[in-house]
Ligand binder design. Sequence first.
Ligand code: ADP
Length: 348
Amino acid sequence: MARETIIAAGSNGPEDEQFNTALRPHSLDECIGSPELMEKLRIAITAARQRSEPMEHVMLHGPPGLGKTTLAYVIAHEMGATIKVTSGPALTRPSDLIGILTNLDTGDVLFIDEIHRLTPAVEEYIYPAMEDFKVDFVVDSGMHSRTINLPLKPFTLIGATTRAGMLSPPLRTRFGIAHHLEFWSDEDLARRVRMTADMLKIAYDDDAILTIARRARGTPRIANRLVRRCRDFAQVKGDGRLTPKAVNAALNLEGIDLLGLDDLDRKFLGIIIDIYRGGPVGIEAAAATLGEEVDTLVDVVEPFLLQRGLLARTRRGRSVTLKAYDHLGLPAPADDRPDAPLFGDPPA
Ligand code: ADP
């Protein structure tokens, strides 16, 4: 399916992950992105290094594929630290987390992806670890039970989440630095596309670079994948050079339109229009109609459609905008339907 091969902003298996890793910048200077964020990180890193302390805990949130993992690695690299990587769903029991925490060395960076998916039982151990660099746990039960207090070496926790709203307030407040990653501008994506093409030693026209950037859904991970698809196409159908013609043909073949939407994006907008008369519709109902996971729609599909103004989220559910009708080449509804019925559940 197109989303899995191209548009999925998340990882597509080990090969894709390897490719992603190879294309990650290592230092802040190589990083593309908002100068304010880079400056904020540079100051925090320099200050911590000057004091010979680990950096403050960092929370990065935003849709998948925008650079949370990359920043975690860059911070560790700039701190001269070792990074340990895990994820919320992998830490099912408190002992999983305690095992990792007690093995951290002074200054190490612990990266927890999808941190919003930690269970409350595990999360409880994170608070004292973050605040006082210790874990308390109870061994035995009944009259033999005792609390063991284990000191930890000072470390930096970097948490990443696609759903900042699902973080518990006590966890959220324990991060010294929190940053929301936005979709990338076309200019930044063009820099990324050029960087990727150079690294992969692909010849290109400048216009072709901009075309890929504009159709990459604001997401560097997708931009990287599109470069590979276009390279394959140019190699088989042309002379290997990325020209605007080859790139447009390759992206059309993949079902990616001029705004970067793919089949699933268009289907999502389409069912809201066809079945729910433009909305509002609850996300659960829309997901059921589409046969998709709610999480996929909320984490991957919706954020970009919202950001591009094709979808609106109200208390009564999701509605498509006039811009969406226009983009899909459909006639706009005759009136603004003040009596539009409420379909499905209200949004989360
Ligand atoms: P996330 O963790 O948010 O899902 P990643 O960190 O895996 O996203 O980023 C996906 C890809 O985007 C990386 O492999 C890298 O090639 C590119 N990328 C991300 N952030 C940057 C950046 N600041 N500068 C250059 N490339 C980046």
